[in-house]
Design a protein around this ligand. Structure first.
Ligand code: UDP
Length: 327
């Protein structure tokens, strides 16, 4: 299939693009490079453009005879979404609406959308199944949920077939650790700890040590980027027969912040300073996925369920690229 990868120069989009190529598809990366890295896009067609530009997006979809769109071009910082909600509604909702309109105009029906566990807010039941009540507690989560519902309504017209994939904590580096995390600014736990281990920052801060968990720190479900991308391929294929799909993507195993720090210490062989600070607003104590639905309906399996393997790949990416994609 010819697939437009919106946000294909970003962390998840670049790994997805590499996997699509490996599997014999023809991806076209569509990215405005506001966050992504041109050097993360290797040996595939690249179009610099904005998915909020209706005319140009329609033109691009037609020019490349696109069969399906995968959309990774969202803003993802929970904290920033609280201070700049309108920017998040603009990029994540309004522009995605434009993208869907462009698809309709170009006659492209298939859409795979990156969603998030943040749509669940502070769920009462753990692990989380897809039918748990959606109660986002940040503008970020709310914008993703709004797009999910927009897709639902649009698919009822018969003009959209879509798959929503709700990610837990995407991490690690794919394709022999060539494609990893390089967010600016960085806010994700694993790259931040690795930067501390590399001496690129003075310490790592633990946001809250008084949570109702065994060691007092938050528990998250860390899922390797290649495992995540594999599920997209399966969902894409299933769009042939299913017009609406929603899946959680996680391993179902939780690791605390302290466990992640210990794992980076072990893999890197480096010690670094750890500072215990206050909770970060909006962090639920435990988020783990029940991904039974993806496993049974898509036949999804994971190759890197183990945190050490995930951290090993991330460590390799960061030490091979000490200045990120600018290295
Ligand atoms: N976290 C932390 N220190 C940091 C960054 C993150 O203690 O410098 C914690 C954060 O509070 C959360 C977990 O690590 O419990 C994962 O955070 P991240 O931002 O990587 O992903 P999120 O769970 O917010 O999607």
């Amino acid at each position: 299939m010819r697939i437009l990868v919106c946000g294909g120069a970003g962390y998840i989009g670049s790994n997805m693009t590499a996997m699509l190529t490996r599997e014999g598809h023809k991806p076209v990366v569509f990215d405005n490079l506001s966050k992504g890295h041109r050097t993360a896009v290797k040996d595939v067609e690249f179009v610099q453009g904005d998915f909020g530009d209706l005319g140009f997006t329609v033109q691009t979809l037609k020019k490349y005879n696109i069969d399906a769109v995968m959309h990774f071009a969202a803003f993802i910082e929970v904290g920033e979404s609280v201070t700049e909600p309108l920017r998040y509604y603009d990029n994540n909702v309004s522009k995605t609406r434009t993208l869907l309109e462009a698809m309709e105009k170009a006659g492209v029906e298939k859409f795979v959308f990156s969603s998030t566990a943040a749509v669940y807010g502070m769920p009462d039941t753990i692990p989380i199944t897809e039918d748990v009540v959606k109660a986002p507690i940040s503008p970020y989560g709310e914008t993703k949920w709004a797009v999910e519902r927009m897709c639902g309504f649009q698919s009822q017209t018969g003009r959209l077939r879509y798959a929503v994939l709700r990610y837990f904590n995407a991490c690690g580096a794919g394709f022999n650790a060539a494609l990893g995390e390089d967010h600016r600014p960085e806010s994700h736990l694993i790259p931040l700890i690795i930067q501390a281990a590399m001496g690129k920052r003075d310490n790592i801060k633990i946001f809250g040590t008084d949570y109702p968990t065994e060691d007092g720190t938050c528990i998250r479900d860390y899922i390797h980027i290649e495992d995540l991308c594999k599920a997209h391929l399966l969902a894409l294929k299933k769009l042939e027969s299913e017009s609406e799909q929603v899946y959680n993507l996680g391993n179902g195993t939780g690791y605390s912040v302290r466990q992640v720090i210990d794992t980076v210490r072990k893999i890197s062989g480096k010690d670094f300073s750890v500072i215990e600070t206050d909770r970060r607003p909006g962090d639920p104590p435990v988020l783990t996925a029940d991904a039974t639905k993806a496993r049974t309906e898509l036949g999804w399996t994971t190759d890197y369920p183990n945190l050490e393997a995930i951290v090993e790949s991330a460590w390799k990416f960061h030490t091979d690229h000490p200045n990120g994609y600018e290295s």
